[in-house]
Ligand binder design. Structure first.
Ligand SMILES: [Zn+2]
Ligand SMILES: [Zn+2]
Length: 394
């Protein structure tokens, strides 16, 4: 539809009023639609819109385009939207050549008019700031794409049982297809992610949902107390105006007591960054087995020695196959003895986020120093681990 535009370009390079050379060698005046005439100021013949050299009438089809877009958005809840447009090919060549002020450009006019028509049809607001829906129209190919902003739901989760991974964990043998090893489930563990995010995805009618946690606990550790902050990100949600208390009830029903969510609220994409980078202090409760019986005095002296110490940890042997070997330093603030009988103790440990507790107890063959095992000079290992408090959140 734009095949004559190269001729138009060379005509523009000559004197205005612009002329283009016809196939028979005759000169002929440029024809533009009223809208393109008004915005470019080129002296020309006013033509029927669909004969316009620049827009080929696209600026006159905005009603039709708006109707179509509104139809595509049917079923999606949104408050704000933004229109963008793309030009390329000969259309871009002409617009670049004209060097118009931004407000006179084809893109600007098109976006403005289409935005206004969609506002009229939907009652929703055009917004440049983080819109719920973005429509990008391709002015050369006459089609468009719609981007729906994901919905972010923040909350805290408790994990009351051991043996759940935080995020989806596929069966290593079949890689999700299902086999004898995984009992045809395709996964190695049931995950907190699927228990929480699946009912949320369904509730807001999205296409996919991902859980972002503020750190993670081991599969065999419970997460109790005030719960761990998380954000579920749902892609392409149809619903945005939701009753969060109702959603909370539904999720907890789905989790059947294994996992519980609390304080659900709406969040933004930037909050994920904050959760991922924040260093929230944590409190743990650990049951420790020692290589021999210990006296109350002995363990209390060891605890005093370890309080407020920087702990140097090389990546634990148990995760070395999937993480690089680094040295990290984390602080232990407080340790309290809750229970001691013969070679079994229960401790409450307050530490920086990211401290590997199991290795802080066992010493991990000298890779974590100092450790409880080292200070007591006895073998020690964690039998049970619970996170009982995480400071901070949104
Ligand atoms: Zn035009
Ligand atoms: Zn399998």
């Amino acid at each position: 539809m734009f095949r004559e535009k190269e001729g138009f370009l060379s005509a523009l390079k000559g004197k205005l009023p612009a002329r283009k050379e016809c196939e028979n060698g005759m000169l002929q005046k440029i024809r533009l639609c009223k809208k393109c005439y008004n915005r470019t100021g080129i002296k020309c013949l006013i033509a029927d819109p669909y004969d316009c050299f620049i827009c080929s009438g696209i600026l006159w089809k905005i009603d039709e385009i708006a109707d179509d877009i509104v139809k595509s958005l049917d079923g999606y809840e949104f408050e704000t939207f933004l229109i963008g447009s793309r030009i390329h090919g000969s259309l871009k060549a002409i617009e670049d050549y004209l060097k118009l002020e931004e407000e006179k450009s084809l893109k600007y006019q098109f976006n403005k008019e289409l935005g206004r028509e969609i506002e009229i049809r939907t009652g929703k607001k055009l917004s440049f700031k983080n819109p719920d829906v973005t429509i990008v129209y391709d002015l050369e190919n006459l089609n468009y794409s719609i981007y729906i902003k994901p919905l972010y739901i923040y909350g805290r989760y408790k994990k009351r049982v051991r043996g759940l991974s935080q995020t989806r964990w596929l069966c290593p043998k079949c890689n999700g297809k299902g086999c004898l090893l995984c009992n045809w489930t395709g996964k190695k563990y049931v995950s907190v992610e699927e228990l929480i995010s699946e009912p949320i995805r369904e509730f807001v009618m999205g296409t996919d949902a991902v859980l972002h946690g503020a750190g993670r606990e081991d599969v065999d550790a419970r997460m109790l107390g005030n719960g761990r902050p998380f954000i579920v990100e749902v892609k392409n949600p149809k619903r945005r105006c939701i009753d969060l208390r109702e959603l909370e009830r539904l999720v907890n029903e789905n989790c059947r007591g294994k996992v519980e969510v609390l304080n659900l609220k709406l969040a933004e994409a930037k909050d994920i960054e904050f959760l991922k980078s924040a260093r929230f202090k944590k409190i743990y409760r650990v049951k420790v087995l020692f290589g021999r019986d210990l006296s109350d005095d002995e363990i209390r002296r060891a605890i005093e020695e370890l309080k407020n110490r920087d702990i140097h940890q090389r990546t634990p042997l148990r995760v070395l196959h999937r993480r690089s070997d680094l040295l990290r330093v984390r602080k232990v603030y407080d340790i309290e003895l809750l229970f001691l009988r013969r070679n079994i103790a229960v401790l409450r440990i307050e530490a920086d986020s990211g401290l590997y507790i199991k290795e802080f107890i066992s010493g991990d063959q000298g890779r974590t120093r100092p450790s409880l095992s080292e200070v007591l000079n006895v073998e020690a290992r964690v039998e049970k681990l619970d996170v009982i408090r995480i400071e901070g959140g949104l």
